[in-house]
Design a protein around this ligand. Structure first.
Ligand code: AMP
Ligand code: ZN
Length: 137
């Protein structure tokens, strides 16, 4: 895709701090890290989000993230790692080329990366979603 910055980075047209590369993916360090070692796994092919990527490539993306995240934790000296993947502006996606965040966690820092305030599951939401989802699966 022309004018997609992650296409250019994934395919090596724009330099990046690359921590992993194979024929299908490149993993780079995020320029605005949530924690030390925050990295992004980018497919070399352009898919805007999870709903565009074919199942086979999605499966490969997750197994590749597993491999890179394990190595990244060791390389960064982290004790945990958070995997985050945003789809759509409403969910915090800002770059519309699918990417998987790998955010190392450190006991000394508390909870890094994506955090949320847990609410309480109410009956209306529970009934609406449990009932409606049957139409879409
Ligand atoms: P998201 O909000 O899930 O779309 O995540 C986009 C991520 O890309 C953010 O964490 C940004 O810091 C990161 N980012 C944006 N541009 C670049 C870039 N040129 N190189 C590395 N990371 C980038
Ligand atoms: Zn792209």
């Amino acid at each position: 895709m022309e004018d997609c910055i992650f296409c250019k980075i994934a395919n090596g047209e724009i330099p990046s701090a690359t921590i992993y590369e194979d024929g299908d993916f490149r993993a780079i360090l995020d320029l605005g890290p949530a924690s030390k070692g925050h990295a992004l796994l980018l497919p070399k092919k352009h898919y805007a989000d999870l709903f565009e990527i074919p199942d086979e490539d999605a499966a490969k993306a997750f197994t590749t993230a597993k491999k890179v995240a394990g190595a990244l934790m060791k390389a960064a000296g982290a004790e945990g790692i958070q995997i985050v993947q945003n789809n759509g502006e409403a969910a915090g996606q800002t770059v519309f080329h699918l990417h998987i965040h790998m955010i190392p966690g450190y006991k000394k820092d508390g909870h890094p990366g994506a955090v949320w305030n847990p609410g309480t599951l109410n009956d209306a939401d529970r009934n609406e979603i449990v009932e409606n989802i049957k139409k879409y699966l």
